[in-house]
Structure formats: structure tokens, C-alpha cells
Design a protein around this ligand. Structure first.
Ligand code: IPE
Ligand code: MG
Length: 214
């Protein structure tokens, strides 16, 4: 989810307004993912590199995260959705750790769409951690690493979307993206709607995936 800051800047608004509108987009897109019956939707909300941002922006993002979980958890429960957090979320403030652990526990048994939120997430760190954990248990094979990734209990990554015109992965799901289809759009995240998700999925459905075969 990229482009919140530019969305605000274009309108001469503070960045936090862009982040707020970004949360509104998350809510709508998460609803659409459930309505479409997607197995999982993973959102990159806060990267391990985002700590480089000014403290007030980090505080705004954490505040919005807490507000989102408080306001939307019941809707997730009512819709049989499962919340997962990927990333080193124990590195966040204790009140957030408590909030997300409670939310995960309350949705753990749900069987509908999984909403995964990447918090304090960095893919290189994830892979290094998984390799170390695999090594502690035995041989370091691709399967053993995969079983130790934060995403081990999520379905394989099929489609990766990046908004705001940037054409790079920025340390997101590097391992998981090995055979994922990619969809890049100039749309800034706060402007991203369920209709854009539908467009991306339509594109995806036309692609022939060979996974290295022919
Ligand atoms: C949102 O967009 C990304 C988050 C960390 C939530 P940005 O804040 O990166 O927006 P731009 O790139 O400055 O437009
Ligand atoms: Mg950005």
C-alpha cells in the first residue's frame, strides 16, 4: 500500500490525512476480498524500514492501526474472517502487541478470508530467521525454510499488487513472490477501490502460469 503521502500532498493536506484515507481503502478492499471469496489478503502496513520516518508519523501510523483493530475487529468476527499478523510485531509497543494478540486469538478459529497485516515486517529478516530456525531443527532445505516463514499457514502468494507507480518489491514477500504474478498501478493507495482489485484479478485470470514448466 503505497502513495498515502503523495495523495495528501497533492491536496495540500497533512500526511496523516492520507494515512487515514488509506485505512478507509483498507476497510473497503478487505470487505471486497471477503465478498469475492479470496482465501487471503496480505497488506504491507508497516515495514521494518519505516522506523526511519519521523517519530510523529510513526505515532500516527500506530494510532491508526490501533483504531482500525478496535473499530473493525467485530466486523471481521461477524464475517468469519481470520486476522493474522506477519512480521516481528513483538518489536511494537506493548499495548499494540496485546491488542493484536487478542484480535488474532479471537479470530483464530474462523474459516473465511484471512486478513494478514504485515507489521514491522522485512522479508530479508524473515528469510534469515526462517533459515536459522530450520537449521536448528535439521537440514536447511527450501521446504524447511518455507515452513518457518511468517506466512507458513497462508496459501501460496498468487498475485502481488503495488500501488503508486513504484515498480519494486521493497523487501515484501521476496521468497513468496518467486512465482507470483505482479500487478503495478499508478493509483495512489487511498484511491484504490474494490474495482481496482477486480481489475487486477481479471488480469491475473488471463495469465498463463507455468511455474518453470512449458
Ligand atoms: C503508505 O504510503 C505507506 C505506509 C507506510 C503506510 P507512504 O506514506 O509511503 O506514501 P508516499 O510514498 O509518501 O506517497
Ligand atoms: Mg511510500
Amino acid at each position: 500500500m503505497d502513495g498515502n503521502g503523495r495523495w495528501a500532498k497533492k491536496r495540500l493536506l497533512p500526511r496523516v490525512v492520507g494515512h487515514k484515507r488509506g485505512v478507509d481503502a483498507v476497510r473497503e478492499v478487505a470487505r471486497a476480498a471477503r465478498d469475492m471469496g479470496l482465501e487471503a489478503l496480505t497488506l504491507y502496513a508497516f515495514s521494518s524500514e519505516n522506523w526511519k520516518r519521523p517519530a510523529d508519523e510513526i505515532a500516527d501510523l500506530m494510532g491508526l492501526l490501533k483504531a482500525f483493530i478496535r473499530s473493525d475487529l467485530q466486523e471481521l468476527i461477524d464475517n468469519n474472517a481470520r486476522l493474522r499478523i506477519i512480521g516481528d510485531y513483538h518489536g511494537l509497543a506493548p499495548d499494540i502487541v496485546e491488542l493484536v494478540e487478542d484480535a488474532m486469538a479471537r479470530t483464530a478459529a474462523n474459516t473465511g478470508t484471512t486478513l494478514a497485516i504485515a507489521l514491522n515486517y522485512g522479508s530479508q529478516q524473515e528469510i534469515a530467521r526462517a533459515a536459522a530456525r530450520a537449521a536448528a531443527k535439521g537440514a536447511i532445505t527450501p521446504e524447511a525454510i518455507e515452513a518457518e516463514l511468517y506466512t507458513a499457514d497462508l496459501p501460496p502468494l498468487d498475485l502481488l499488487i503495488r500501488t503508486s507507480g513504484e515498480v519494486r518489491l521493497s523487501n515484501f514477500l521476496l521468497w513468496q513472490a518467486a512465482y507470483a504474478e505482479m500487478w503495478f498501478t499508478d493509483v495512489l493507495w487511498p484511491d484504490f477501490t474494490p474495482e481496482h482489485l477486480r481489475q487486477a484479478l481479471d488480469q491475473f485470470s488471463t495469465r498463463e502460469r507455468r511455474f518453470g514448466g512449458r
